[in-house]
Design a protein around this ligand. Structure first.
Ligand SMILES: Nc1ncnc2c1ncn2[C@@H]1O[C@H](COP(=O)(O)OP(=O)(O)OP(=O)(O)O)[C@@H](O)[C@H]1O
Ligand SMILES: [Mg+2]
Length: 277
């Protein structure tokens, strides 16, 4: 049954982008010395499209995102953002790192202001915008707390405000919610969808949580196990928006899609475990 569904989706072919491509990864190979992490990867994210990327641990997900952000250069292939080649650190990209990336010696407000400070925005303007963004992510009143005085979920909110304040064309998110408990994770996922819905920008989100990928994404891209990992399949998610991530899991399309994608992902995860033995 699951196999038949996968075949049906394959027959339908890739879903054509509804909008112009915002992120375009073309034939990208990423090597570290003689180790090739990913080989010949093609992924596109249209303007306003939410692309979720899943794959076994170590398959090169963070490496791909780092290349899009301009932190790493591809060994082969090319990456463009809004048609322009990525050649160095990108200013029009917001990046939520896998690790906690707030500066511990700065308050929430000062952390959120950083991007504007680098762009030379004046102090009063910076503060006003940072306060507004903290309020948007539900942290009004927390402006003067230091990261150690915030919960894990609150620190993620600050990071989200920090990334969005510069109004990036593209948001990159690397397992942003994986360290959070399930209730906080649902809250943050809904919050992210609400913010994204307000001002749709292209999103590339990495997650090892397939439910999260389907609940948030317009498309789920499955990567194979590494080394030399590649794109195995790209699944369109035809679930109506706005979505509630907890409730959407009961939708029949969600359940069918989960089964189809898991049929594809499971083999890769098993291969990746076998290599670690
Ligand atoms: N700077 C580096 N030098 C050498 N090898 C690296 C470097 N960065 C990553 N790698 C290797 O490249 C592969 C992909 O790493 P990456 O961090 O992109 O994986 P990932 O898919 O994000 O994994 P996870 O799900 O565990 O976060 C891994 O085998 C890793 O050890
Ligand atoms: Mg990673």
């Amino acid at each position: 049954m699951a196999i038949a569904n996968v075949a049906r989706l394959r027959d339908a072919g890739p879903v054509p982008l509804q909008t112009r491509p915002m992120v375009s990864i073309e034939g990208v190979t990423m090597s570290f010395g003689d180790f090739t992490a990913v080989r010949d990867v093609d992924i596109q994210a249209g303007d306003g499209e939410f692309v979720a990327i899943v794959g076994p641990t170590g398959c090169g997900k963070s490496t791909i995102l780092n290349a899009v952000a301009g932190l790493l250069a591809p060994s082969e292939g090319r990456i463009r953002i809004d048609g322009k080649p990525v050649d160095g650190v990108q200013r029009n990209v917001g990046y939520l790192f896998q690790q906690d990336a707030l500066l511990p010696w700065k308050t929430a407000l000062q952390n959120v202001e950083l991007g504007l400070r680098f762009r030379g925005v004046g102090q009063a303007e910076r503060e006003e915008q940072a306060r507004a963004w903290l309020a948007k992510v539900g942290l009004a009143g927390f402006e003067h707390r230091y990261p150690y005085q915030l919960s894990g979920g609150q620190r993620k909110r600050v990071q989200m405000a920090q990334a969005l304040i510069v109004e990036p064309k593209v948001m990159l998110m690397d397992e942003p919610f994986s360290a959070l408990d399930i209730h906080t994770r649902h809250l943050m996922q809904n919050e992210l969808l609400r913010l994204w819905q307000e001002d749709r920008r292209a999103v590339m989100l990495i997650t090892h949580d397939l439910e999260e990928a389907i609940a948030l994404g317009d498309r789920v891209v499955v990567l194979s196990s590494g080394p030399s990992s590649r794109v195995v399949e790209s699944f369109p998610v035809r679930l109506a928006r706005p979505r509630n991530v907890a409730e959407i899991k009961l939708d029949q399309h969600f359940i069918d899609l989960y089964r189809d994608i898991w049929a594809c992902l499971r083999g890769e995860v098993e291969k990746s475990y076998a290599r670690q033995d």
